[in-house]
Design a protein around this ligand. Structure first.
Ligand code: HOC
Length: 379
């Protein structure tokens, strides 16, 4: 099969994965309007083609929080990544090591912080939710910091999980879920073999480390589902700011006022994101709100963005709309699910090539030069 984009990996993943897992990854909240808008709005961003600009040697590197990276891309925190490929988070972090880009590990990863940090080869970035169990939050932050994590991505758009109806249909949730998942696993032996389901059962490393016993998917849905905290406010964030000594990035900002509040609060950065359309269906796409947010806070804090990024051209578009860096979520999991570490490396190489080509065709020599002046409808 010829693979030239994340969309090709997606199709391969759809064929390989049991439906409950594919749809958990692929789906969004409600009628999935925000999920679709993320992709559509980004693809509708028109770029200025420039000619005769002499873009021969290109600089794709970025400098975030005192460290150099090869591309303006990081892998987003994705829950359960280790269910898509054997020791999935380790394979992903190794791909990041080779490409020299950051990997952001999810709280709800299969591989523990310790396992990932040991294979990372550079300081890891870590993601955390606000949970009612503040003891867990303290414990996991302490462990992350002891293992050399420098940067905490704090998810602020999940005070409650969104209503994901696809999960009900696919068997990821709902009363018949456990039986349906087991049947689907039996009907997808290649996946089950690849992820090691016949050997070591899935266990959520970070949660197990805190609870002192194995935490499987049933526990994950139960414990996490009842542990989100709808009462979260800026006051709680202050507690986290005091506790966490490294950089603090707020993930899930979609409103200019919230971006300004994040700046006033002293966050080191934000991720402009609607959680991949998995939370508030009807919320605007990341691409549509990014320009106004960038205008309000650019240069005073780091702006990352995610949502609908499938190609290197989409990465370029996000940068042109005002992002300093772009997070890949679903795109890299499709690749991980089908081809493991090699798939993620391949996806990153394809995106790098797209980026290079677009830089030449728009007449820029470095990532730092990509900005709103390259948007066709603003010129
Ligand atoms: C009921 C548990 O961020 C997602 C992740 C993890 C959510 C856990 C929900 O699926 O968007």
């Amino acid at each position: 099969m010829i693979i030239s984009s994340a969309t090709d990996f997606r199709e391969a993943a759809r064929r390989k994965l049991p439906p409950f897992l594919f749809h958990y990854l692929d789906g969004g909240a409600g009628a999935e309007q925000t999920l679709r808008a993320n992709v559509d709005d980004l693809q509708n961003v028109k770029l200025r083609q420039r000619v005769l600009r002499g873009s021969e040697s290109l600089d794709l590197s970025t400098h975030w929080f005192g460290r150099d990276y090869a591309l303006p891309i990081a892998l987003a925190p994705v829950g359960l990544a280790g269910m898509y490929a054997r020791r999935g988070e380790v394979q992903a972090v190794q791909a990041c090591g080779k490409a020299n880009i950051p990997f952001i590990q999810s709280t709800v990863s299969v591989c523990s912080l310790a396992e990932v940090a040991a294979r990372a080869g550079k300081p890891i970035w870590f993601q955390l939710y606000v949970l009612k169990d503040r003891g867990f939050m303290r414990d996991v932050m302490r462990r992350a910091s002891e293992l050399g994590a420098t940067t905490l991505f704090f998810t602020v758009d999940m005070p409650v999980p969104g209503n994901r109806y696809r999960d009900l249909h696919s068997g990821m949730s709902g009363p018949a879920g456990p039986r349906r998942r087991m049947l689907q696993a039996m009907m997808h032996p290649r996946w089950a073999w690849d992820v090691g389901l016949f050997g070591r059962p899935h266990d959520l490393g970070n949660i197990s480390a805190y609870r002192g016993h194995a935490t499987g998917l049933e526990d994950y849905i139960g414990w996490l589902g009842s542990n989100f905290d709808p009462g979260i406010s800026w006051a709680d964030l202050q507690w986290i700011r005091d506790e966490w000594k490294g950089e603090l990035i707020l993930k899930g900002i979609l409103d200019v006022e919230d971006a300004r509040d994040a700046l006033d609060f002293g966050a080191d950065g934000i991720v402009v994101s609607n959680h991949g359309g998995r939370q508030l269906d009807g919320a605007p796409s990341s691409a549509s709100v990014l320009p106004a947010i960038a205008e309000a806070v650019k240069g005073r804090m780091r702006i990352f963005a995610d949502g609908g990024v499938r190609t290197g051209t989409d990465v370029f578009r996000m940068l042109a709309l005002g992002a300093d860096g772009v997070l890949l979520g679903r795109a890299f999991i499709y690749a991980l699910a089908t081809h493991g570490q090699a798939g993620v490396e391949r996806l990153l190489a394809i995106m790098e090539k797209d980026l290079r080509t677009n830089m030449v065709l728009t007449g820029v020599k470095s990532v730092a030069e990509i900005g709103p002046h390259l948007l066709a409808d603003r010129a």
